[in-house]
Write a protein that binds this ligand. Structure first.
Ligand SMILES: Cc1cc2nc3c(=O)[nH]c(=O)nc-3n(C[C@H](O)[C@H](O)[C@H](O)COP(=O)(O)OP(=O)(O)OC[C@H]3O[C@@H](n4cnc5c(N)ncnc54)[C@H](O)[C@@H]3O)c2cc1C
Length: 403
């Protein structure tokens, strides 16, 4: 009898997921799998291709694909066997530890999650502008004038979350530095540089800055690995808030961007400044990586901390909840973990949304807070000349926190 009741309740219940990236698609898949009717509302007018660059594989990130779609790690990612720590100004190796991380590309994970969910109920061009209270409870309001009511609204609309802003009035706070990101194809660097970065996650440490680089698979338009590789890098610069940051984040049309300036819109002065700084501060393979990158772009690093993830029938997950900095490579994993935990609690409570959210929220808040504290601590040493010992357990990648 109880199972029947559970089935009926779940099969009738509707879920609206706002944001169709890693967090939103993982939520959509796991909630649909336990019987909900799920629709995804994504702001972008077309499928998210070319969005993001490399991602370090964490178990939570690929859990859905491995457990439920039959995908293999080999289809998604490339292996590595060590973490290397260099002085980026001399390219001198300061330390190396064994570590078997795998690396993937955003598109490989996104397309596989989307293939699993399908596109019938993946609604593009739907931009959330607010969560509003009506007599029927909280509903999602979109820029096209439509509103969506659902038994559960899962907001996975990323670091600049409109849902978080409406519900809590919290915006991401600039962390004091930006990251220049880019990718370089195998053919575009020398054999020596290619070999230098192979099979490892490499840190290039500087006094007030650091650069990371690692190989990622090249991915075709439909998310399949082509068999070729690229190098993915991120170079973090401290930039004071005010005129310096404004100059860097103002694009070629004169618009001050709040999150990223894409390559096509970089001003010539900023692009030249990027290359000149590489020539001045970086050595050997790190310098070549920058000079060979065809489309570098710049993103501000910002984080947001929240004390509430559930609001009646609305929840915030992933970056829309706590937005972390990238240093422990598990932001997307956190988004997926929030989604899995939500589905687990809905199953445990037989679809009682209020009970499920009450049980879900404290654990996921704790995960977000602990992870944010870890990546802030990493930033403190990495961007300010602190001691970053090779293999230190407190700075290990992943959601887990020592102790
Ligand atoms: C430089 C950098 C490197 C990173 N490296 C890693 C890594 O190696 N490993 C890792 O796990 N994580 C990494 N991350 C973090 C990771 O990118 C995010 O944590 C992760 O993408 C969060 O997933 P999400 O689904 O919550 O949000 P997002 O991926 O940001 O997705 C939000 C989605 O919502 C949509 N959206 C936004 N606003 C609206 C709206 N108003 N209405 C409707 N839709 C909307 C967006 O278009 C997008 O599709 C990195 C982040 C950065 C910046």
């Amino acid at each position: 009898m109880r199972d029947e009741g559970k089935c009926q309740r779940m099969s009738r219940a509707k879920v609206a997921v706002v944001g169709g990236s890693i967090g939103g698609l993982t939520a959509a898949n796991v909630l649909r799998d336990i019987g909900y009717e799920v629709d995804v509302y994504e702001r972008a007018p077309q499928l998210l291709s070319g969005f993001g660059t490399g991602i370090v594989v964490q178990p939570e990130l690929v859990r859905y694909l491995l457990e439920r779609t039959g995908a293999t790690l080999g289809e998604l990612s490339v292996p590595s066997s060590s973490m290397r720590y260099y002085d980026a100004s001399t390219a001198q190796l300061k330390g190396e530890v064994g570590a078997s991380w795998r690396f993937t590309a955003y598109n490989a994970v996104y397309r596989k999650l989307l293939d699993a969910y399908g596109t019938d109920r993946y609604h593009l061009g739907r931009r959330l502008i607010g969560i509003v209270r009506t007599s029927a409870g909280l509903v999602a309001k979109f820029a096209d004038g439509s509103t969506v009511a659902a038994d559960l609204i899962v907001c996975a609309d990323g670091g600049a979350s409109v849902a978080r802003s409406t519900l809590l009035g919290i915006e991401p706070k600039y962390a004091g530095y930006v990251t220049w990101r880019g990718m370089v194809d195998q053919n575009d660097v020398s054999k020596e540089t290619w070999g230098f970065f192979q099979d490892a996650f490499s840190y290039g440490l500087l006094d007030d800055s650091h650069i990371i680089a690692y190989p990622i698979p090249q991915v075709s338009g439909d998310g399949r690995l082509t068999g070729r590789h690229r190098l993915n890098f991120q170079w973090y610069w401290n930039v004071a808030e005010g005129p310096d940051l404004d100059r860097l984040m103002t694009d070629a049309t004169g618009e001050r961007r709040s999150v990223s300036v894409h390559h096509e819109l970089l001003t010539e002065a900023n692009l030249l400044g990027f290359q000149a700084r590489a020539a001045d501060q970086l050595c050997g393979p790190f310098r070549e990586l920058i000079s060979a990158a065809p489309k570098p772009f710049v993103t501000v690093v910002a984080d947001a901390e929240i004390e509430q993830m559930a609001f009646g029938n609305v929840v915030l997950i992933g970056d829309a909840a706590t937005t972390p900095r990238p240093h422990a490579a598990a932001g997307a994993a956190k988004a997926a973990a929030d989604a899995w935990a939500l589905a687990d609690q809905l199953e445990k409570t037989h679809g009682n949304i209020a009970d499920a959210l009450a049980a879900w929220e404290p654990g996921q808040l704790a995960v977000g807070h602990a992870y944010l504290a870890k990546v802030r601590a990493m930033a403190e040493v990495l961007q300010h000349g602190g001691d970053f010992p090779p293999g230190a357990s407190e700075y290990r990648f992943g959601l887990s926190v020592p102790g």
